[in-house]
Design a protein around this ligand. Structure first.
Ligand SMILES: [Zn+2]
Ligand SMILES: [Zn+2]
Ligand SMILES: [Zn+2]
Ligand SMILES: [Zn+2]
Length: 393
């Protein structure tokens, strides 16, 4: 095993300085995920009354297979009850005051404010910073245009607590609960929440509201299905596990390589020289396997104006900076490392470096979604650990 002492230390030290940022990022991360959920889950306030009518989403649940589990699949239905009268209530007036100035939603977690006190949910705040970074501008408050940045914007805990006490509607049964207990109700208590049949592992596709579960399980044909039918269901599950196992096997194989090195890298933002400056990220040079390397990342594959697109993804490339005489076959992967907090799924790539082939293609940085990409763009630098495995010839 070869260590990469000097260079990784050099990179690590710079990374340590920004380590403190992670806490904020963490907050942003959970918050933006929650915001996305919130947007999806909360039915737009429909001012229709449909009392007496059978609730359309109930019908969909009992008959439905599959799509009831999709986010928001059941949220949009009717059943909004007494919204008309409720609009006059104090809590609705407060909702209008405490909502995010950008998405007008009542945020479920962190709420930030500009120096003039305008409120933004964590997801929108990260998005504003990310857009500003892509455009090479200072981010500004959408209300008063004052500059906003991570160190000038502050959390507003009083608003966060006030919002958590405001009522919110359960997406399944449409009853109202205080926001801070809604999650528990929707996950564990609601009689209308969608659940799977207890025999789903042996092939029962039934999905339905929780209050119909025991009735279904009493008549479910799957517990008395033949071994042959059960085998089919088990094979499908097996297939999925095989794919996961393959990844682990590959990692364990790589662990047996003679030469393994890891480097904690810090990606810093730069702009291209073109007329429309494009954002890309690059690390300082680092050494591994007695050679010098650089990592580059780009956003949305250098799309002309990524700020115009809601879809965000990042891809990265390794560049060998040292002349080599004999080819090097390298496996590599990115993990979050000790100084970063990126939610990256491990994915292994392979490249054969030769005298003339010194740059890998841009491969996707496997992030879960656009929100995570925005969160990374909102931070000043991106910290990660690059692990490289060298095949000995
Ligand atoms: Zn917002
Ligand atoms: Zn403002
Ligand atoms: Zn409910
Ligand atoms: Zn069943």
């Amino acid at each position: 095993m070869m260590s990469d002492g000097e260079s990784s230390t050099g990179q690590s030290t710079t990374a340590v300085e920004t380590g403190g940022q992670s806490a904020v990022d963490n907050v942003l991360l959970t918050a933006s995920a929650a915001t996305v959920m919130a947007i999806d889950e909360q039915p737009t306030v429909a001012i229709t009354k449909d009392d007496g009518e059978p609730n359309p989403k109930k019908a969909k649940l009992s008959g439905g297979v599959g799509e009831v589990f999709g986010r928001g699949g059941v949220g949009g239905g009717g059943g909004c009850g007494d919204k008309q009268t409720a609009l006059d209530k104090l809590e609705h007036r407060l909702g209008g005051i405490l909502c995010c100035a950008v998405c007008l939603d009542l945020p479920r977690s962190a709420i930030y404010q500009c120096t003039n006190g305008h409120l933004m949910c964590a997801g929108c705040f990260a998005h504003l910073l990310a857009d500003a970074r892509l455009r090479d501008e200072m981010a500004t408050c959408p209300n008063c245009r004052v500059d906003i940045a991570k160190n000038t914007a502050t959390r507003n805990l009083a608003v966060e607590k006030a919002v958590s006490e405001l009522p919110a509607e359960c997406q399944f049964c449409a009853k109202e609960f205080p926001r801070n207990t809604l999650h528990h109700h929707e996950q564990k208590l609601c009689a209308e929440r969608p659940v799977k049949c207890g025999y789903n592992k042996i092939g029962c596709p039934w999905r339905g509201p929780s209050h119909e579960l025991s009735e279904h399980e009493n008549v479910c044909p799957h517990p008395s299905a033949s071994g042959k039918d059960v085998m089919l269901a088990l094979e499908a599950t097996d297939q999925k596990f095989q794919e996961e196992k393959l990844l682990y096997d590959t990692i364990f194989d790589l662990m047996s390589f003679e030469k393994i090195t890891f480097t904690d890298l810090q990606l810093k933002p730069y702009r291209t020289e073109e007329f429309v400056h494009k954002l890309y990220y690059e690390t300082a040079r680092f050494s591994a396997f007695n050679s010098q390397w650089v990592m580059k990342t780009r956003i949305n594959n250098m799309q002309r104006d990524p700020a115009l697109s809601v879809d965000r993804h990042m891809s990265y490339q390794l560049i060998l900076k040292t002349k080599i005489a004999t080819p090097m076959s390298v496996h590599y992967l990115v993990v979050k490392g000790p100084f970063g907090d990126m939610k990256v799924n491990p994915k292994i790539f392979k490249f054969e470096f030769t005298e003339n082939e010194t740059e890998t293609q841009f491969v996707t940085l496997p992030l879960p979604d656009s929100a995570e990409c925005n969160r990374l763009l909102a931070a000043k630098t991106i910290n990660l650990r690059l692990i490289m495995f060298l095949v000995s010839k």
